[in-house]
Design a protein around this ligand. Structure first.
Ligand SMILES: Nc1ncnc2c1ncn2[C@@H]1O[C@H](COP(=O)(O)OP(=O)(O)OP(=O)(O)O)[C@@H](O)[C@H]1O
Ligand SMILES: [Mg+2]
Length: 360
């Protein structure tokens, strides 16, 4: 959702910050554009380990646990440290505090669809229209078994109160917030673009995993679950009787592969990865049933996509070609960042998609 300043296209900044405020870390990228080509210029990451000490101490949760003040301070710190050259920003709101759903309605003209949607919005969103910002877009059409043509409409809504809160946080941090977007739309833009291949994108964060089915470049389905990277860390901590910080370290060092004598680490992690994959399989089946698109590949993004050995495990388990997503497809990184390229491609995929939106 763009705010007025940018919609009117009065001016076009040549650089944008994409700001992903996750539950346990803030990730920002700066993209510049010359002509039609975008490039990554700089990035910044601020991790909060507070959630390992106190479960409630996350950057944001359903009710945005940390205060505006604290979030703005973390954002300011990161901005200062990273020395970005622009203050123009686009940010995301988490799936758990927004609405994203795909509706199936009979095919009809644009005007009739608009009317039908105002009814549908009231049916599907539990807040009065005056309290939300809504956007919708047609994402597909299909003839059902009885010969009726159905259209699919992606409906997105963000509570106004949340928009205002983000505006205040960004203002306090000295940034101009031009647009807010729900997460799945942003990472789909950076890892898929307009590629038509039916794909599942799985964003494994710290607290949540988002599973997004994309076909013909459009989001067709999105599911969010509460099993993610931290679930694995907790399992390792409990299983080995070590603290969360140590468990996090071991998880990152050994992943699912480990070595001799460390096989128990993957034994501890796999039951929880399987819970995530069960939801992935459900989303795949649902997308194929509703949209008739046979899913051809699975792309893993988010910090959890860096768990060693996860790609081959997922590929075998769900029998689908699986690889790490590349958020830098349309915004390559400079040579001196080659060492962190994989992390930029996966963990920063959402931030990159947000910055690209600034140029649209
Ligand atoms: N090399 C690695 N191996 C395994 N796990 C990793 C690695 N690097 C990061 N992670 C995990 O990724 C998670 C953090 O990912 P990310 O930054 O995408 O989360 P977030 O955006 O803060 O959370 P959420 O998306 O749930 O709001 C943590 O659980 C962390 O342990
Ligand atoms: Mg995240």
């Amino acid at each position: 959702m763009f705010f007025d300043a940018l919609k009117k296209k009065f001016f076009r900044p040549s650089s944008f910050l994409g700001c992903d405020i996750g539950t346990t870390s803030i990730k920002i990228v700066e993209l510049t554009r010359s002509g039609e080509q975008a490039a990554l210029k700089n990035y910044g990451l601020l991790e909060s380990f507070g959630h390992f000490e106190r479960a409630n101490n996350v950057i944001q949760a359903n009710d945005l646990k940390l205060s505006e003040q604290e979030t703005a301070q973390m954002l300011s710190t990161l901005i200062k440290q990273s020395k970005f050259s622009t203050t123009h920003a686009v940010a995301s709101v988490p799936t758990f505090s927004s609405f994203i759903t795909v509706l199936e309605i009979p095919s009809m003209s644009d005007e009739e669809t608009a009317k039908a949607m105002s009814y549908q919005i009231r049916q599907h969103i539990p807040l009065p229209l005056s309290e939300i910002a809504v956007d919708w877009i047609r994402v597909g059409q299909r003839e059902d078994e009885n010969g009726f043509v159905k259209q699919y409409v992606l409906l997105v809504a963000i509570p106004n109160e949340l928009i205002e809160r983000y505006r205040r946080i960004f203002k306090q941090a000295g940034l101009t917030l031009h647009a807010l977007e729900v997460e799945p739309l942003a990472y789909t833009r950076s890892v898929i673009g307009s590629d038509a291949t039916p794909t599942l994108v799985v964003d494994i964060g710290a607290r949540c995993t988002n599973i997004t089915a994309v076909d013909q470049g459009f989001v067709k389905l999105n599911v969010q679950i509460d099993y993610a990277g931290d679930t694995l860390t907790n399992a390792v901590a409990r299983g080995l009787g070590v603290g969360l910080r140590r468990a996090e370290e071991l998880k990152k060092q050994k992943g699912l592969v480990g070595g001799r004598g460390e096989y128990e680490l993957s034994t501890l992690e796999i039951p929880f990865i399987d819970v995530i994959l069960h939801e992935v399989e459900k989303a795949r089946a649902e997308c194929e049933r509703l949209h008739g698109a046979k899913i051809e590949r699975c792309l893993l993004i988010g910090g959890g996509a860096n768990l060693m050995g996860i790609e081959s495990y997922v590929e075998k388990k769900i029998a689908l070609p699986t690889m790490a997503g590349n958020g830098l497809l349309f915004a390559p990184a400079p040579q001196h960042l080659a060492m962190v390229e994989r992390e930029l491609q996966t963990r920063f995929a959402l931030a990159v998609g947000l910055a690209i939106k600034g140029f649209m």
